[in-house]
Design a protein around this ligand. Structure first.
Ligand SMILES: [Zn+2]
Length: 219
């Protein structure tokens, strides 16, 4: 799953209007933001199958720390704890912790049987495999994404033109990445995949930038 995660991040703004969109994006996508670094370090592993294409291009051989249920729980607790240490807002810390865990739960819907329950070797793997239908996956992702956009726009008031321009540039870029994941060329190598995945931090930065030019609508 890709834009669906960002959709949930935008929707969460409704629940916590004073949390920046950048922080929300970082939380919902935290597993996938940490993952490329662990790929580059050789800690987590994928294989590429360009001949299969689409949602079967990347085979997730091992990602116990970023994409096991227990791993996601630990990442969520860490994320919430760091936020609490900095901001002293327990409600926000809790929301962010759950947002980090949401990544695994949404991935569960689409991934093939490759999400381990625990980081232990030989742990049971799960995944409902919606990826077998690209159209079905895209519908679910778009519903989450569009709902998120609507809720975010309702939860914020732009202070200047930059607020919405940067927001919409981010939306278009996210959509472009989503489409290229399904219909673009396969990555040339695992290293190329990992480095291009690092570019996802750009969405976090644009989230902070757009959001800093808005004020929350406190209903
Ligand atoms: Zn993921």
């Amino acid at each position: 799953m890709f834009i669906g995660h960002f959709g949930l991040g935008m929707a969460t703004k409704k629940l916590a209007p004073t949390l920046s969109l950048g922080t929300l994006f970082m939380a919902v996508q935290f597993s996938d933001l940490v993952w490329p670094t662990l790929l580059l370090l050789g800690v987590e592993k994928v294989a590429l199958h360009p001949e299969l294409g689409g949602t079967r291009t990347i085979e997730f051989i091992s990602y116990p720390f970023t994409h096991s249920l227990v791993g996601a729980l630990i990442l969520g607790i860490l994320f919430g704890a760091v936020h609490y240490a900095i901001k002293r807002n327990f409600r926000h810390a809790l929301i962010l912790g759950v947002a980090v865990l949401s990544h695994w739960l949404l991935d569960l819907v689409v991934h093939f049987h490759d999400l381990p329950l625990t980081p232990a070797a030989g742990a049971a793997k799960v995944g409902f495999g919606l990826w077998s239908s690209v159209a079905g996956t895209l519908v679910v992702e778009l519903i989450l994404f569009i709902t998120g956009i609507i809720l975010y726009l309702r939860a914020t008031r732009p202070l200047n033109a930059k607020a919405r321009i940067v927001f919409w540039i981010n939306i278009v870029l996210l959509m472009a990445v989503q489409l290229s994941n399904y219909w673009g060329d396969a990555p040339a190598s695992v290293m190329a995949l990992a480095w291009s995945a690092q570019l996802q931090w750009l969405f976090v930065i644009l989230g902070y930038w757009a959001d800093s030019n808005t004020e929350p609508v406190l209903a």
